[in-house]
Design a protein around this ligand. Sequence first.
Ligand code: AMP
Ligand code: MN
Ligand code: MN
Ligand code: MN
Length: 277
Amino acid sequence: MFPRIDLHTHSDCSDGLLSPESLVALAAQRQVELLALTDHDTVSGCGPASAACAAAAIRFVPGIELSCQWREREIHIVGLQLDVADAALLSHCSTVLARRRERIHAMTQRLSRAGLPGQELAALTLKAALPTRTHLARALCRLGVADSMQQAFERWLKRGRPGYVSAQWPQLATAVQRIVEAGGIAVLAHPHRYTVSHGVLRELVGEFKAAGGEGIEVSLSGMGPADADRAAALARRYELAGSTGSDFHEPDLPWRPLGRFAKLPDLITPIAARLAP
Ligand code: AMP
Ligand code: MN
Ligand code: MN
Ligand code: MN
């Protein structure tokens, strides 16, 4: 048995379904020993998650997952162990939140033009503390427009589909800087999910490292063995520590189970070793 270290999870403070407290209760059930809450562009769940972890004897790591832009692509950077009261980080988050709300308005207007109930979709989606395309997909399912989340993305929400509006995310170097200046450790999230060639992925990792990045996700739920090998090779080539996690969003999605993923390969330095005890 290896230590259960889940350093990538979401609560309903972003697009997860569980409250921070319920997420921690599930983590306790799954025998997670070290847990980071890494909601998209917000640290608002870290206070309640920290208190719940203290009560459940789980080590807690305050975290975030920042959306950013690199060469017209959307990249996600996880920040671990950051100061959740850092003023520049909080200001970054409020700017992104305002842009996310505007994006949802623009997307629902496009969906209206495609004949869907845009106002109802907007009203449902904008109830969320931090509205994302995930919430819009749930609203499409709730109104019976789509049968599943996957179908909602495939037909309406992904790039090139009628509801898609591109987002203006901050640059990669800015996102890494926000994390580092808040005292955190920046980790390149899910490298296997970027649809780029190996050469371009190496350039991304090189620029991420040059910007101050320290880690890369090497063992994530849903990564196949070939994906994990490629991520491990990048970790070694760029001398990055390896991170582990689930990218958990909701209990009923079997492919991202909280606290369940492959062991980190022996040759990779665990990012957990860099976290304060
Ligand atoms: P946003 O940040 O608003 O663009 O929303 C992105 C979120 O949508 C991601 O964090 C994922 O949780 C979710 N997502 C993206 N693509 C899909 C998909 N094909 N199926 C289900 N969820 C997705
Ligand atoms: Mn998400
Ligand atoms: Mn992500
Ligand atoms: Mn995530």
